[in-house]
Design a protein around this ligand. Structure first.
Ligand code: SAM
Length: 271
């Protein structure tokens, strides 16, 4: 039973838009998500935002050893009653939780129908701790899924693409239509699979690398030469162009990961 509030009729639940509460109602989609996650018996799994528990129940049925993060306290009585002793419920904002203290000894898998408003900060945090995750299977907005899986040179290619593809092998799983949610969101969704990348190229200066990527995408219409002026002088830029072999008249969205690394090495040489 969902906790009542003064303005709610018993048993009714008012979905909170601010918390991205679009609950799944289609068990076929739930099964597809869990099947993509390929859960082994007793495998440690984190679910973000169990809501009323439709995905939670399927993950438990697949054998997951489950830790769930839920921010909405009106859902706690229902979750406590339904999953008493079968899940560990962290009653907190997942972005504020101390992940380092919660990581198990071995790797953990994330499976979630994510609240869409936390997608970017959540995924950047996942990238920061990439080594702790055996896989990440998340439902997000289709448009964001397309950006994450975008190839170099496309209009969807961005810092988010480079960042997720640097840490993970990314796979677009499947598209999900709004009518399988209550209430339906305004846009299509998609489920993606992130698997830790085995042979990440080493970065001589990781912080500088991401600064260069972000700066290169700072103004997509501008040439690299113009955007990179925020980081190096005009004179240094000419040397960077010579050493890296990268034409600075190009735009950031045309550069592959390997070319961004060449650029970083050349910039480092100027410091
Ligand atoms: N898993 C359920 C399902 O598929 O029906 C609910 C998914 S709903 C899209 C997102 C859930 O995340 C909601 O239960 C919401 O309350 C919860 N949530 C929103 N922001 C959160 C945050 N920062 N930390 C933890 N949970 C959050």
């Amino acid at each position: 039973m969902i906790q009542n509030t003064s303005r709610q009729k018993p048993g009714t639940f008012h979905h909170k838009k601010s918390l991205g509460q679009h609950f799944l109602k289609d068990t076929n989609i739930v099964r597809k998500i869990v099947s993509l996650a390929n859960i082994a018996d007793a495998e440690k799994v984190w679910e973000i935002g169990p809501g009323k528990g439709i995905l939670t129940a399927e993950l438990l049925a697949a054998g997951a050893s489950l830790t769930c993060f839920e921010i909405d306290d009106t859902l706690y009585p229902h979750l406590d009653a339904t999953f008493e002793n079968t899940i560990k419920l962290i009653k907190q904002d997942v972005l504020k939780a101390d992940w380092e203290a919660l990581f198990p000894d071995g790797p953990v898998k994330i499976v979630a129908n994510l609240p869409y408003q936390i997608t970017s900060p959540f995924l950047f945090r996942v990238a920061k701790y990439a080594l702790h995750f055996s896989a990440v299977v998340v439902m997000i907005q289709k448009e964001v899924a397309q950006r994450i899986t975008a190839s170099c040179g496309t209009k969807e290619y961005s810092t988010l693409s480079l960042k997720m593809q640097y840490y993970f092998d990314v796979t677009y799983g499947f598209t999900v239509k709004p009518n399988v949610f209550v209430p339906p969101p305004k846009v299509d969704s998609a489920v993606i699979l992130l698997s830790p990348r085995k042979n990440r190229p080493p970065l001589a200066d990781e912080a500088l690398f991401w600064r260069i990527v972000e700066t290169a995408f700072g103004n997509r219409r501008k040439m690299l030469r113009r955007n990179l002026r925020a980081l190096v002088t005009k004179e240094q830029l000419e040397v960077v162009q010579q050493i890296s072999g990268i034409d600075l008249c190009r735009r950031g969205e045309t550069l592959s990961e390997a070319e961004f690394i060449q650029l970083m090495d050349a910039v480092l040489g100027q410091r």
